[in-house]
Design a protein around this ligand. Structure first.
Ligand code: ADP
Ligand code: MG
Length: 247
C-alpha cells in the first residue's frame, strides 16, 4: 500500500529525514518508536504534504501512485489520514461542519455522492458513541476547550467518519488516562484493523501496543529506520531504552 524509499526531507534548510525506507502492506499495523527529535512527526507531515517540509531525495508510492506529486487534499481524497500529535483548535467551526465538509469534499473528489445531512449526523453520532465522546461535543468548535484526552478521542471520531485507507497516528496515546487509552485503542482496531486498511502508529509507549497489536515495530533515529522487528522489539525498547539501538 505504502512504499517509502530513501526519503530525505528538510525543514527550514535543516535535514531531518536522512534516507528513510519503509513499506506497509494492506492489512498491517506498523508501530514507529524512537527518541524525541528523531523525525517521527516530520515523517507524518512529509507524507501528508504539510507546507515547509521539503523532500530533497527519495520517493513515496501510495497504492501505486506518486504520493509526493499530490496536493495535501488529493492525498486525503486518496485515503490518507493524519492524526496530529498536537490537534489544532479551529474557533468558529463546529466539528460537525468541519467533518461534513471534509468527508463530502473527499467523496466528491472520488466521484461519490455527498452524504446527506441526516445520514452524516447518524454516522457522526455512531462514531462519537463508539469512541466514548459525548455527541453533544461535536456541536462545539473543533478542539476549542477540549481536554487533551477529548482532543485525542475527537481525532479518532474524525478518523471513523472519514474512514481512511491509511492512518498515520502521531502519539495518539499521549495525554490519555487508562479508560481513554482503552477506548481509543479499541476504536483504532474497529476502524482500521481490516484487510484493506493499514496504520502507521507513532508512539513512545508499549501500553497502546497492548491494545493495538502491531505486526511490525520500527525504530526511527537520526532520520532513518535503524531497526525493525516484531512486537517483541517494543518490549525490548520499553525495558532497555533507545540508547543502544539508536547509537
Ligand atoms: P519527533 O516527532 O521524532 O520527536 P520531529 O519530527 O518533531 O521529531 O522533529 C525532528 C527534528 O526536526 C527536531 O530536531 C526538531 O527540532 C526539528 N524541527 C521540526 N520542525 C522544525 C522547524 N520548523 N524548523 C527547524 N527544525 C525543526
Ligand atoms: Mg513528534
Amino acid at each position: 500500500m505504502l512504499q517509502i524509499d530513501n526519503l530525505h526531507a528538510e525543514v527550514d534548510g535543516k535535514a531531518i529525514l536522512k534516507g528513510l525506507s519503509l513499506s506497509l502492506n494492506a492489512g498491517e499495523i506498523h508501530a514507529i518508536m524512537g527518541p524525541n527529535g528523531a523525525g517521527k512527526s516530520t515523517l507524518g507531515y512529509v507524507l501528508s504534504g504539510r507546507p515547509g517540509y521539503e523532500v530533497t531525495e527519495g520517493s513515496v508510492t501510495f497504492e501505486g501512485a506518486d504520493l509526493l506529486a499530490l496536493a495535501p487534499y488529493e492525498r486525503a481524497a486518496a485515503g490518507l489520514f493524519l492524526g496530529f500529535q498536537y490537534p489544532v483548535e479551529i474557533p468558529g467551526v463546529s466539528n460537525l461542519q468541519f467533518l461534513r465538509e471534509a468527508l463530502n469534499a473527499q467523496r466528491r473528489a472520488r466521484g461519490e455522492e455527498p452524504l446527506s445531512g441526516g445520514d452524516f449526523i447518524k454516522r457522526a453520532r455512531a462514531q462519537a458513541d463508539a469512541l466514548g465522546l459525548d455527541p453533544e461535543m461535536l456541536k462545539r468548535p473543533v478542539n476549542v476547550g477540549f481536554s487533551g484526552g477529548e482532543k485525542k478521542r475527537a481525532e479518532m471520531v474524525q478518523m471513523g467518519i472519514i474512514d481512511p485507507k491509511l492512518a498515520i497516528l502521531d502519539e495518539t496515546d499521549s495525554g490519555l488516562d487508562i479508560d481513554a487509552l482503552r477506548s481509543v485503542g479499541a476504536g483504532i482496531n474497529t476502524i482500521m484493523r481490516k484487510p484493506d486498511r493499514a496504520v502507521l502508529l507513532i508512539t513512545h509507549y508499549q501500553r497502546l501496543l497492548d491494545y493495538v497489536k502491531p505486526d511490525f515495530v520500527h525504530v526511527l533515529a537520526g532520520g532513518r529506520i535503524v531497526r525493525s522487528g516484531g512486537p517483541e522489539l517494543a518490549h525490548q525498547l520499553e525495558a532497555e531504552g533507545y540508547a543502544d539501538i539508536a547509537a
